[in-house]
Design a protein around this ligand. Sequence first.
Ligand SMILES: [Zn+2]
Length: 156
Amino acid sequence: MLLPLKEFICDKCQGIIESPQYGYLQWDEFDDENNYRRARNFQIVHNYPHSEEDCLDYNKPSKQLIDFLNPDSGIGALLSFIDYGPLIQNNFLFSRAYYTREIIELIRRLSIPYFEEARDYLTLALNDDYISTNQYGIYNPNTLKSIIEIYGTNFK
Ligand SMILES: [Zn+2]
C-alpha cells in the first residue's frame, strides 16, 4: 500500500513516486475564448532523475509537488487554481483551472489520505455495493483504506 500523501502514482509512467521530493505537478496553459490564461491537463509526474523515462516535460509549466502538500503551502496553492481570491482578482471572473472536475480530483489526490491509491478501485467497490454514492462516505480515509485492502492489486 502506498504511504498516504507521501507516495503518489506518476500520471506518465504509472510508477510510484516514492517521495514528494521526487515529484512535480505539471500542466498546460492556454488562452481561452475570453483571452483569460487558463490551466488544464494537470499531471503528477516524476522529476529527473527519479524515473527511467522523461516523465517531466520541460516545455510545460510545472512546480515541485511538495509545494502543493500540507503543511507547506499545499491547500492554499491548490485552491488558487479555482479562485485567486479577492486580493488578486477583486471580482471573481474565472477559475485558472479550466475544468473544475479535473482540479477537484487533483485536490483530492493531494489532500485526502488513501484517495490516490483507492481511486482506481472506487467503481469496483461501488458495483459491489461495498460503498454507496454517499459523498461523505466515499471520501472518508478509513473507507478508502479498506477499499485498497479489499480491492487493491497494483501496489501490494
Ligand atoms: Zn514517471
